[in-house]
Each structure stands twice: as structure tokens, then as C-alpha cells.
Unconditional design. Structure first.
Length: 260
């Protein structure tokens, strides 16, 4: 009743933000995956729930940690608050590298905060969205503070801000040119439906034998917003030389693990 009244008066979001600021701004949670341990800032109840449950992705994280080698180049596309990037940085050392792509400013700030919290200075954080073109696009941020469901297209299954935020968008192939980011050997993608556009922009990287494994959250209900489908997305991966070794449902989405 109280929440409905606050929403009706337009007070719910500012009151929730005030509560988070007063009571959760210094909140943290520690995660253990295999031999790795990492601490995350949890400034909202949504982030607390995500970190404590690992978003239902513990098995995927365990597989990733086991898959990574010390000298890997790991690209975290749609890094959000850094769950994957921070853990990967605990496994990878020079000459390997971790590159985290997060265009949404609030989540990127939380990602950078989590890197500092864990004393990690080696992760390269990029404010760029990945897609099938080079230019500028809009990202529609989640209406609730510090949640990772922002999207490059309006979605109806989750409340987003009506006005988009302009961000740079680049093809992965463009970013991996000489002098840019090192080409990935392991890739994670979680981009709320635009995963088809991401792989369309990294045809050369996908065909490069250096990239041996790919972990992706697939959103069948959101892919059509970008002119794609789950079937066409999987066909692209297979045509690029990958075998789909695991497909694990999670609600309306599913996780793919692909290996060369």
C-alpha cells in the first residue's frame, strides 16, 4: 500500500534513492568462486540480491574461472557492476588482460568502484557499447538505481527511463585494430538483446583462432528488437567455427557456452 501510494505521488524513486544513500552506500558483499574471492559494493537491494544469488549464474562463473588461463585476454561485453571482470582479473596476469565494456554511466561508476575496492588497477574500462557499426547510439537506462537491465532499444519487460543517453558504439573488429584493445581469447557477452549486433560487428575476431571460448546470455524475447533471433544468433556462432557445448535455460533467457 505504501509503495503504491509513493509511486502514485511520484515519490517512490527519490525516496528509494535516499534510503539507499543513507543505509546502503557502504554496504558490501564478498563472493567466492573456486579459489577466487572478490568484494563488491552493494548500494541497493537489487545489487545485494544479485551478488548474493550471483544472478543465477554461479555455474557459468565457475566454468569461466576454470576456463581462464593466466595469459588470456578476456573481454567482458556488458560488464555491468563488474561481477565477471573483477573475478577474471583475479585469474589473469600480464601479458594477459581484462577489458570491460560498460556504456551506462551509473553501472560503469559502480564497476570502477568495485575495481578500486579489490585493489585492481589492471582492468581496462571502456565506456563504449559494442555493435555492428561505428558511431553514436542511445542507451535506455534502467529506471531503478544501479540495476543492470539497461538496453540499446526500448524494452517492455523491464521499466526503463524514457529518454535515452547518447553513447559511443563501435564494432569489436574496429576496437581490436593495431593500437587498440588486444584481441580476446575469451569473451563474455550480456547486452540485453543486442548480442546479435555485437557478434555481427566482430566477424574477424570470431573467425580468429585466438578466440577459443565464448560465454553469452541470450535474450530470445529481446533479439527481435534488433532484427535478430536466437536461431540466427546461434547460426552465426556455428558458422564462425564454434561448437555450442552448453545451453542452460534461466527464465526467459538462456546461457550459451561455445568453444572453438
Amino acid at each position: 500500500m505504501g509503495n503504491r501510494l509513493a509511486r502514485g505521488m511520484g515519490l517512490y524513486t527519490p525516496l528509494r534513492a535516499l534510503y539507499n544513500s543513507l543505509f546502503l552506500s557502504r554496504s558490501t558483499r564478498t563472493v567466492s568462486i573456486g579459489p577466487l574471492h572478490a568484494t563488491f559494493s552493494t548500494p541497493t537491494h537489487t545489487i545485494i540480491e544479485h551478488v548474493e544469488s550471483l544472478g543465477g549464474e554461479r555455474l557459468l562463473l565457475e566454468q569461466l574461472v576454470e576456463e581462464l588461463r593466466n595469459d588470456d585476454v578476456f573481454w567482458d561485453v556488458g560488464a555491468s557492476f563488474g561481477l565477471y571482470a573483477v573475478l577474471a582479473a583475479g585469474k589473469i596476469s600480464s601479458p594477459g588482460a581484462v577489458v570491460a565494456f560498460e556504456p551506462e554511466p551509473r553501472m560503469r561508476a559502480l564497476l570502477e568502484r568495485n575495481l578500486r575496492l579489490n585493489g585492481i588497477g589492471s582492468v581496462s574500462v571502456r565506456a563504449t557499447a559494442l555493435g555492428d557499426r561505428d558511431g553514436v547510439t542511445e542507451i535506455f537506462r534502467a529506471a531503478n538505481p544501479n540495476t543492470g537491465s539497461s538496453s540499446l532499444a526500448p524494452r517492455r519487460d523491464y521499466r526503463l527511463e524514457r529518454k535515452g543517453t547518447r553513447v559511443d558504439i563501435r564494432k569489436g573488429d574496429t576496437l581490436a585494430n593495431p593500437g587498440g584493445s588486444p584481441p580476446p581469447t575469451c569473451l563474455k557477452i550480456d547486452v540485453e538483446g543486442s548480442e546479435g549486433r555485437v557478434v555481427a560487428g566482430m566477424g574477424n575476431l570470431l573467425r580468429n583462432g585466438r578466440l577459443r571460448s565464448l560465454f553469452c546470455e541470450v535474450h530470445p524475447h529481446l533479439l527481435p528488437s534488433f532484427g535478430d533471433s536466437a536461431a540466427s544468433f546461434e547460426r552465426t556462432l556455428v558458422a564462425s567455427g564454434f561448437a555450442i557445448t552448453e545451453r542452460t535455460p534461466r527464465g526467459s533467457e538462456y546461457h550459451l557456452v561455445c568453444r572453438r
